[in-house]
Design a protein around this ligand. Structure first.
Ligand SMILES: Cc1cc2nc3c(=O)[nH]c(=O)nc-3n(C[C@H](O)[C@H](O)[C@H](O)COP(=O)(O)OP(=O)(O)OC[C@H]3O[C@@H](n4cnc5c(N)ncnc54)[C@H](O)[C@@H]3O)c2cc1C
Length: 455
């Protein structure tokens, strides 16, 4: 701890997803007095677990990559890294009603959807994307223009448009090329080298195990964790401290802190205080979020064995099919084969209000249409999760329009995943974002003290 201070500062970290958890860990390791405040009943945010018919696994599908070094260093701290099970995975494509493997160079050569020239250009696109280090110029180009330039119009229509549309809906037309660059970078790093096979991992027990290990760890670090506590407002009192208006089971109350770090979605950050400048408020409210509706199914038998099946055929109401069971052996999940059917859509899409029953009927019809012989009787459990704020849409020049970490209110910091511009959204990137902000010195006790004088 800084010797020039006698007393640690009291910090409120708002949001108990991995951005908040990591921020709380690092502040506490520095000797600060930290309270981590989460609205939901448990920690984890998008990576939190849930149950389907007494079978507990991640609410949304999660895998760890060999190259996820920030996440893995946290797992090392929790003594879980050595337990990760690593599995080679296969990728499938559905085209013209047929499933094709695209998991190796040989598969690529025989992939029937593209001719030789188209394959060459697709390969060049991925190779070029993997080699680019200066990503910023890509922010000025629309992803469609960049992909058409590298892959050609026919490959764009056959491969890229269906993939972009399924992941981003029509918002792909406003998305910049750094989106696909980040995606290629992550997929490339999933392979040991070149076009070799992907290695994905999971901690036995899933994120439930990770969250359970985090509880005592945060406790040892002295972090006060308050779950089931919604932060509604942040205001300054006459002593320059921050009063957080909170709502929990016990009703409404206020709690005072010296510093506040907000890790929640931008729209929530915009609404917590009237003190933002116009520029800050615009940055926060202009951030468009992509959300997801994700149906989990527990089956009594495997499907095709591809971790991801990309759907190129038009009209399928899901983004892809994720066979978690291709990674997670059935005996590790009480004899069940777990499958996710995600559908990404913008956070204001009316689709979020569609009842579960309709989504479930469509999910079953979709599976029947793709896997010959699929029967409803194979389903042991089905449940749908929704999250409206998953990923900030990287529109043109997005990085210059983000909310800065240090705000116009000295002592209030914004550190949510909407800041991520150099990577796809995943737990590793979120932890990396927090670690890098700490390393950059923005959180140094010296600066914290200077803020206090200015408050
Ligand atoms: C379908 C899907 C698949 C994914 N697959 C992977 C994967 O394979 N690998 C991977 O690494 N990552 C994956 N991710 C991404 C990963 O889950 C996220 O990147 C990460 O969990 C984001 O953490 P976060 O803390 O930034 O945000 P969040 O997890 O959204 O956390 C924000 C928290 O703030 C809380 N909150 C909001 N408002 C308030 C308030 N007013 N007061 C108090 N608390 C509040 C929320 O309840 C939430 O817990 C996936 C995500 C999804 C949705």
């Amino acid at each position: 701890m800084n010797e020039s201070r006698n007393k640690p500062l009291s910090w409120a970290v708002v949001g108990g997803g991995f951005a908040g958890i990591r921020t709380a860990m690092l502040l506490a390791q520095r000797g600060e007095q930290v309270t981590l405040i989460e609205a939901a009943a448990g920690l984890g945010g998008l990576a939190s677990p849930w149950s389907i018919d007494h079978v507990e696994w991640d609410r949304f599908y999660h895998v760890i990559l060999l190259s996820d070094r920030y996440l893995r260093s946290v797992l090392k701290e929790l003594r879980l890294d050595d337990e990760i099970s690593w599995v080679q995975t296969k990728t499938g494509f559905l085209a013209s009603g047929k499933l094709h493997s695209l998991s190796s160079s040989i598969d690529f050569l025989f992939f029937p959807v593209l001719n030789w020239l188209q394959k060459f250009r697709l390969g060049m696109t991925i190779f070029a994307g993997s080699k680019i280090r200066r990503w910023k110029p890509l922010e000025k180009i629309l992803v469609e223009d960049w992909l058409r330039k590298w892959s050609g119009d026919s490959t764009f229509e056959k491969i890229w448009r269906p993939l972009l549309q399924s992941k981003l809906g029509d918002a792909y037309q406003r998305t910049n090329a750094s989106f696909i660059w980040a995606y290629i970078q992550r997929m490339y790093s999933a392979r040991r080298s070149g076009l070799k096979r992907e290695m994905f991992g999971y901690v036995p027990g899933g994120y439930r195990r990770i969250i359970d290990a985090l509880g005592p760890h945060l406790d040892r670090l002295g972090v006060n964790v308050q779950t089931g506590t919604l932060v509604q407002s942040v205001s300054r009192d006459k002593d320059g401290r921050f009063q957080l208006g909170i709502e929990s089971k016990g009703g409404k109350s206020e709690e005072a802190f010296d510093r506040v770090v907000l890790t929640t979605p931008s729209s929530q950050i915009a609404s917590v205080t009237a003190e933002w400048t116009d520029d800050e408020r615009n940055r926060l409210t202009d951030t468009e979020y992509l959300g997801v509706i994700c149906t989990s199914l527990l089956l009594d038998r495997p499907l095709a064995g591809y971790y991801v099946t990309n759907l190129l055929d038009p009209g399928i109401p899901f983004t892809g099919i994720i066979e978690m069971g291709a990674i997670l052996p059935m005996d590790k999940l009480n004899g069940n084969y777990l499958v996710y059917l995600p559908r990404y859509l913008m956070s204001d899409d009316p689709g979020f209000h569609e009842p579960d029953s309709e989504i479930h009927t469509r999910a079953i019809q979709t599976l029947k249409g793709i896997y010959p012989g699929f029967q409803s009787e194979w389903i042991r459990g089905i449940r749908t999760a929704r999250a409206k704020s998953v990923m900030a849409l990287p529109t043109l020049d997005y990085s210059n329009r983000r909310m800065p970490v240090t705000t116009s209110i000295p002592g209030v910091y914004c550190l949510n995943s909407a800041r991520i511009v150099e990577g796809t959204l995943n737990v590793n990137e979120v932890i990396r974002m927090v670690d890098e902000e700490f390393e950059s010195g923005i959180w140094s006790p010296h600066l914290a003290l200077r803020d206090a004088k200015h408050a």
